[in-house]
Design a protein around this ligand. Structure first.
Ligand code: GLU
Length: 282
């Protein structure tokens, strides 16, 4: 009986000690990189989990895509090997808050640089230029943004894609805003929506998936310029500068081109050439 009490007490002490290690020693509110004892440093990076070709978590628990490759390259330049990366899902609407809270060190998640976001976060890059487009069923007669008024259109909350629809090119469309693009794809397949709109890079990735082959088509419209940046906590200029150096190196040593071929090749996505750091196409 006595022994059991002692054991329970030690367990409680141990639990406390573990909790203290997990959240102690860091009052900056930045939990994105940590120096654990024994396990080495870790870095937390925000990506998408459901965008094939860009950021995808596969059922076996591995991660793939262009954003994943860019983030892995950048992390290495910041001093972290691939096995020190902890991937965190950052959905479109969560990105600014995840950075502000310090949940992740940086975000590489089809994250377009724009003025509104730049008031809340800092951006390195750009590292890719994409364009907003439409994905429709293979037999659909929607071919233009003007065909969208009175149609059911799907996009994602917190994305520039949804914002552009409302502000610019189809204010009269019935816009459904879901949490992720994979939910929109399901809606397109079931007929709940007539079209899905977001970046062509993302749409090409979905359209090339085995289960969707021949079912959907991209309209081929360049409705906007989406300059992908790497989001960093507001004021962390040091990290922005280091990431910009890493991105420049990634282009000059051809790793950028290799990542493009590996990730966009299967989707036959015709990407734009590598952008210059700081060069935002309006
Ligand atoms: N690139 C656009 C954006 O940052 C659309 C894709 C996304 O939602 O991640 O909002």
């Amino acid at each position: 009986m006595k022994l059991r009490k002692v054991t329970a007490a030690s367990a409680a002490v141990l639990a406390l000690a573990l909790t203290a290690t997990a959240c102690g020693g860091d009052d900056s509110g930045d939990n994105a990189s940590s120096s654990g004892s024994g396990g080495g440093d870790k870095i937390k990076i925000g990506i998408k989990y459901d965008q094939p070709g860009l950021g995808l978590k596969t059922p076996d628990g591995s991660f793939s895509g262009f954003d994943v490759d860019v983030a892995t390259y950048v992390a290495k330049e910041l001093g972290y090997e691939a096995d020190q990366i902890e991937w965190v899902e950052t959905k479109s609407a969560d990105r600014e808050n995840a950075l502000a809270r310090g949940d992740v060190k940086f975000i590489a998640a089809t994250y377009s640089i724009n003025d509104e976001r730049a008031q809340k976060v800092d951006f390195a890059g750009p590292y890719l230029l994409a364009h907003q487009d439409l994905l429709v069923k293979a037999d659909s007669d929607i071919s233009d943004a003007t065909d969208l008024n009175d149609k059911k259109l799907c996009s994602v909350t917190g994305s520039t894609s949804a914002q552009n629809v409302k502000k610019d090119f189809a204010p009269k469309a019935q816009l459904r805003e879901y949490g992720t693009y994979s939910e929109c794809i399901a809606g397109l397949q079931s007929g709940a929506v007539d079209a899905l709109t977001t970046d062509d890079s993302i749409l090409a990735g979905y359209a090339s998936q085995d289960q969707y082959k021949g079912k959907f088509k991209l309209a081929g419209l360049k409705l906007s310029n989406e300059n992908y940046g790497i989001g960093v906590k507001k004021g962390d200029t040091e990290t922005v500068n280091k990431i910009n150096d890493a991105l420049e190196k990634m282009v000059s040593d051809k790793a950028w081109e290799k990542a493009v071929e590996a990730n966009f090749g299967p989707a036959e996505y015709n990407n734009e050439p590598a952008p210059k750091i700081g060069d935002i196409v309006k």
